[in-house]
Design a protein around this ligand. Structure first.
Ligand code: SAM
Ligand code: SF4
Ligand code: SF4
Length: 338
């Protein structure tokens, strides 16, 4: 398979595609879909607004031809999308696609992990922000305890999937959980990724003083563990990783706020309703769903994506200031998927 590698205006190749397959979720995490906003009357996308699996497969083929090597399925909660293994199976047959991952809150993994693995899924990132039932229930807004997620982690491991844990850290909410989570993951040989709380969307009331930076988390860990830096596996690897000395267990940091990484950002995103975004913080999407539903050829779609990528100059996190924050059209995390 030959790939036409495209590069954006800042010379960053297109390598990575995140696909949000659904905007609904069974959680209401307070930093993502606060229950006060996403209440019982909230109107989610009707089915026909979502990209179909056939459309996703077609687009994925084209993105891979343009250089994408990794696809991650996300949401909302991607396991709420019906027959997700069917999509994974279609994607896993794309020549040149090296990796398919999934980000999930984990509670439906006991039901789906094996079928997903059989369909070709390689890895899952499971989000878990606390090991305390009460606090976790408060964070996820649905009073779901830790047990269902732990069962999901076990199911994923038993199915042979690679498992990483994502923990968003918010000051005053779950920063006390940094060490217990690190200990849990080290003992269970799970790679933990601490994620800085981000100013995505406009519903979570983000404030800079609620961000716990990588430096703060690292310093907390360093008091208890010996850590050594690990070299990135590839250009554009987002997590900054360390290893617990004398083990094979890594711990990573997603430093979107304190140490931005726009200069190596190779990621594009497809939202659940088929908009193409070139940056998590650039709310000006491109209506690729409308375009592909207008009867265009694959070559025309390829050109459409190439033109968008070639013009890309996004570097929001590098440039984040109070002014840029105010002036941006905001995208909700549940819609674009992280
Ligand atoms: N529902 C799935 C889950 O929670 O893993 C997938 C979608 S969720 C939007 C993807 C990731 O974004 C999760 O790891 C979640 O913790 C993270 N996330 C959501 N809101 C965030 C925020 N404001 N700042 C940083 N990460 C956030
Ligand atoms: Fe749902 Fe994931 Fe957002 Fe939590 S972070 S509300 S699980 S989409
Ligand atoms: Fe990429 Fe935009 Fe995030 Fe920068 S702010 S790393 S360009 S998604």
């Amino acid at each position: 398979m030959s790939s036409t590698q495209v590069k954006d205006a800042l010379n960053r190749p297109l390598r990575d595609l995140r696909i949000s397959v659904i905007d609904r979720c069974n959680f209401r995490c307070q930093y993502c879909m606060p229950a006060e906003v996403f209440g019982p009357d909230f109107v989610f996308l009707p089915k026909e607004e979502l990209l179909s699996y056939e459309e996703i497969e077609r687009l994925a083929h084209i993105f891979v031809e343009l250089g994408v090597e990794k696809i991650r399925l996300t949401g909302g909660e991607p396991l709420l999308r019906k027959e997700l293994p069917t999509l994974v199976d279609k994607l896993s047959q794309i020549e040149g696609l090296k990796d398919i991952g999934l980000t999930t809150n984990g509670v439906l993994l006991p039901k789906h992990a094996k079928a997903l693995k059989d369909a070709g899924l390689k890895r899952v990132n499971i989000s878990l922000d606390s090991l305390k039932d009460e606090l976790f229930g408060e964070i996820n807004g649905r009073n779901v305890g830790v047990g269902p997620v732990i069962k999901g982690i076990k199911a994923a491991k038993d199915a042979g999937l690679g498992v990483k844990l994502n923990m968003v850290v918010k000051k005053g909410l779950n920063d006390q959980e940094i060490l217990p989570m690190a200990k849990f993951c080290k003992e269970n040989e799970l790679q933990l990724r601490f994620i800085e709380y981000m100013d995505v969307g406009s519903t979570n009331g983000w404030r800079m003083d609620e961000v716990v930076t990588k430096k703060e988390i690292y310093n907390t860990l360093k008091e208890h563990y010996l850590l050594e830096p690990v070299d990135p596996d590839y250009f554009g690897e987002v997590a900054k990783r360390y290893r617990y000395k004398g083990t094979d267990v890594d711990v990573g940091f997603i430093t979107s706020v304190s140490e931005s990484f726009c200069s190596s950002c190779t990621r594009s995103r497809l939202s659940a309703n088929g908009q193409l975004y070139t940056c998590l913080f650039n709310g000006d999407g491109h209506d690729i769903k409308k375009f592909i539903r207008s009867g265009v050829t694959d070559q025309e779609i390829k050109q459409y994506v190439t033109d968008i990528w070639n013009k890309r100059t996004d570097r929001y996190s590098d440039e984040r200031t109070d002014e840029t924050r105010k002036n941006r059209k905001k995208l909700e995390m549940s819609y674009i998927g992280g």
